[in-house]
Design a protein around this ligand. Structure first.
Ligand SMILES: [Zn+2]
Length: 189
């Protein structure tokens, strides 16, 4: 008799416990997924990725790339690869256009236009994927300036060591950029 009692009482308890465990795991999983998606669109996280890749210029891992100082050639190459871009300037302050490539950031792929100068360089990233930043958002990441702008329906990240170069690149987009005069940069480091 006592054996039967244990059987009858034991089973529903075990079932309740395992159901609770499943629900907890599900909640935890959804929480992690939500957190991942939330982090993914954070402007600071995207800015960090762009600043990190900026240091590689057109080098780094071999990917599809074009070398040219002609904006028309670089624009045509990007459009052939499925990335329409606003008219690109041939210079960003002290840095001149050298080409473009596609690069794998941590959570996305970006078209990366590179300007090289004697002392400093500028990168313009045409971003795919979410960025929760208003046009004009800017920051300094490990001493590199990062500035987000919306131009021709795309979010661009303009990155450079010299603020003057970044601002010059922004002026290059003056016709298609909504907010050119940015607020003071936030320090993220
Ligand atoms: Zn790159």
């Amino acid at each position: 008799m006592s054996k039967m009692t244990i059987d009858v009482v034991g089973r529903p308890l075990a079932r309740t416990k395992s159901r609770l465990g499943t629900i907890l795991l599900l909640v935890l999983g959804l929480g992690l997924l939500g957190f991942g998606l939330w982090v993914r669109g954070l402007p600071a996280f995207v800015a960090w990725q762009a600043a990190r890749d900026h240091a590689h210029g057109l080098g780094g891992r071999p990917t599809s790339r074009v070398w040219s100082s002609e904006p028309a050639v670089v624009t045509a190459w990007l459009e052939q690869h499925g990335t329409p871009v606003p008219p690109l300037p041939d210079h960003a302050g002290s840095a001149g256009l050298v080409g473009a490539h596609y690069c794998s950031l941590v959570d996305r792929v970006a078209a990366h236009v590179v300007y090289q100068g004697e002392e400093a360089s500028v990168s313009i990233f045409v971003l795919h994927g979410p960025v929760r930043a208003p046009s004009g958002w800017s920051a300094s990441v490990h001493g590199v300036h990062v500035h987000f702008v919306r131009a021709a329906g795309r979010v661009l990240a303009i990155v450079g060591e010299r603020h003057d170069d970044v601002r010059a690149a922004l002026r290059g987009f003056a016709t298609s950029v909504a907010a050119v005069d940015p607020p003071r940069p936030k320090l993220l480091t």
